[in-house]
Design a protein around this ligand. Structure first.
Ligand SMILES: [Zn+2]
Length: 585
């Protein structure tokens, strides 16, 4: 009886029952739990979750279609890898239909998103769940993403410290957030691989010095980032055989995989071969793509699912003078580290050379910014426009190298996730809704404050002062939800971080150690708020700052269990403590 009273009337929400015909394992099981839990939070009603054999009666059906059903769903079958259908008369049945498990998971989150659930920042504490009387929708729509690969990663990997976060909860929050925002796709592309090839074939390369690049009249040694004599057919054979071996390993490991992709990306840096035959190839790009083509031809003989991948980047940013094999995946890097052409021109030149291009971009690299606010064209809504441009240019997949900092890139990454699915989404209204949902009555003020913070025309200090000032004038009587309070306090934590960062940046030699310690201690004391990416800050202080000797003794993240380390003294700051510190700014 109590249960009945607590959970309300079960009528009208698809009988409050979820059914699936897929065995609930790992990520898929987590997605089903998310569906159940989010629907319960939104409605205050209880939902059941169970297995079923057929779509009969009332309920929400998360249903994997079989190949044999393809004639009934031709449009869906066409986009089967990640596509799905949402179908309901708005009364008794809600169907999430897909040919793949990934498609079903994307369908679950799209249904919740359509109901108004939003995962703006990672962590359940940041999830916006509207109060709903009904979760019924009248809908019949096919979905599939605008980009077949939608990924990002923060430099230095997920926020980690085994003393501060023993169970890796922060990483788990980011991983969950990626799933909920429908990231992923069917392709996994890797970076530099020539180094690995070189070390694994060191013996043969040393025995055949003419396989190595000729630089300033001499053959280079087998050493870090050395290049090769690419025009040498003996060398080509050695390289191709090595890559074929890697391909075979992948095929043995996952016989049913959709694709097999091996990277043939050069190591970074200079030192390409200048022997007469290589010189005849005319450019570094021609050298690099010739080798990619030779490998790709050998792959095509093994399997139609076998690809090689590499970047168009740095010394090989230019298009080669010949055509590229169809099973070479090119990921262009137009916005940084290349002198070939302006970004838009580079995209154009490559699009003319090859369809099915992927792109790689840098968004708020923490090695450069240490999570300070982004300005001008990198401000979230400006940056998001790039995604639409990439779609319009016909690019197929995206990797962003970025930072795990909601303070610096939270809004931008959220927009990226959405636009990578649907590049036509109205950014302006998404951003307005975000501020309204996250900050409630303070939405306009926070927007003003963040705009001030990313004003690139004044100094960072001045921008921070302005941003803080706006918050000091907030109407304290305004009623806020718990979620609004969480977003607000975490924004204040970010501003406090910036204050510490700028203090450190302007520190004198005599108090450098003290300022560095204050900064790193603060970063770890807000670790769970996910406002700042701790790894790049820790790395900067340890390896590149004037306080590195002190930091290597007391805050050495590479040796987290080192006895002198102070990680164990760190305590997570409470909301009240953040508030008190903020009041003193
Ligand atoms: Zn050569």
């Amino acid at each position: 009886m109590l249960c009945f009273v607590l959970w309300g009337n079960a009528k009208g929400n698809y009988a409050n029952a979820i059914y699936t015909n897929v065995e609930a394992k790992k990520h898929f099981s987590a997605a089903l739990d998310d569906l159940k839990n989010h629907l319960e939070s939104a409605t205050g009603e209880r939902f059941t979750l169970s297995q079923a054999d057929s779509i009969v009666g009332e309920g929400i059906f998360v249903w994997r279609l079989k190949r044999a059903d393809s004639a009934d769903y031709p449009e869906l079958f066409e986009v089967r890898e990640e596509g799905f259908l949402l179908r309901s008369d708005g009364k008794k049945k809600f169907q999430i239909l897909a040919f793949s498990q990934d498609g079903l998971m994307h369908g679950i989150y799209t249904y919740l998103d359509t109901l108004g659930v939003k995962w703006y920042f990672p962590g359940d504490e940041h999830t916006f769940i509207p109060k709903l009387k009904s979760v019924q929708l009248k809908i019949d729509k096919r979905y599939h993403p605008d980009f077949i690969m939608r990924t990002y990663f923060g430099s230095f990997g997920f926020p980690k410290n085994v003393v501060i976060d023993k169970n890796g909860e922060v990483e788990a929050d980011w991983q969950r957030w990626n799933r909920r925002n429908r990231l992923g796709g069917q392709f996994i592309l890797r970076g530099h691989s020539w180094n690995d090839f070189m070390w694994k074939n060191g013996k043969v390369l040393r025995a055949n010095p003419h396989y190595m690049a000729l630089v300033k009249g001499e053959r280079v040694k087998v050493a870090t980032a050395s290049k090769f004599c690419i025009s040498d057919t003996g060398f080509q054979q050695l390289f191709v055989n090595h890559m074929l071996k890697l391909l075979n390993e992948q095929m043995e490991k996952s016989p049913n995989a959709k694709h097999y992709i091996v990277s043939v990306e050069p190591s970074d840096g200079e030192g390409f071969c200048t022997c007469p035959n290589c010189k005849q190839l005319c450019s570094v790009s021609n050298q690099v793509y010739l080798l990619a083509n030779e490998t790709a031809k050998a792959f095509a003989e093994v399997s139609p699912k076998a690809f090689v991948n590499l970047y168009a980047y740095n010394r090989h940013a230019a298009t080669p003078s010949f055509s590229i094999e169809p099973n070479v995946i090119i990921q262009i890097i137009p916005y940084k580290f290349q002198k070939f052409a302006k970004p838009d021109e580079m995209i154009k030149a490559w699009s003319a050379k090859k369809s099915d291009l992927f792109i790689y971009d840098y968004y708020g690299l923490p090695t450069i910014t240490l999570d300070a606010p982004l300005t001008k064209h990198m401000v979230a809504d400006n940056y998001a426009k790039r995604v639409k441009r990439w779609r319009d240019c016909g690019l197929k997949g995206i990797t962003l190298e970025t930072t795990y900092s909601t303070g610096a890139v939270g809004v931008g990454l959220y927009l990226y996730c959405r636009l990578a699915w649907n590049a036509d989404e109205d950014i302006k209204s998404t951003v307005e809704q975000l501020y309204r949902n996250c900050y409630g009555k303070h939405a306009d003020a926070i927007w003003q404050s963040q705009k001030a913070l990313s004003d690139g025309n004044v100094s960072q200090r001045q921008a921070l002062t302005k941003a803080v000032e706006v918050l000091k004038n907030l109407d304290e009587k305004a009623k806020l939800s718990d979620l609004n309070k969480t977003y607000l306090i975490n924004y204040k934590a970010y501003l406090l971080y910036l204050h510490q960062l700028y203090d450190f940046n302007s520190a004198q030699q005599k108090n450098m150690d003290e300022k560095a310690e204050k900064l790193i201690e603060f970063v770890y004391s807000i670790f769970y708020r996910k406002v700042v990416h701790p790894n790049p800050v820790a790395d900067h202080l340890l390896l590149r700052s004037k306080a590195k000797t002190y930091i290597s003794t007391y805050w050495n993240y590479t040796k987290p269990k080192q006895k002198e380390n102070k990680f164990k003294t760190v305590r997570q700051l409470t909301d009240d403590e953040i508030e008190a510190r903020f009041a003193k700014l």
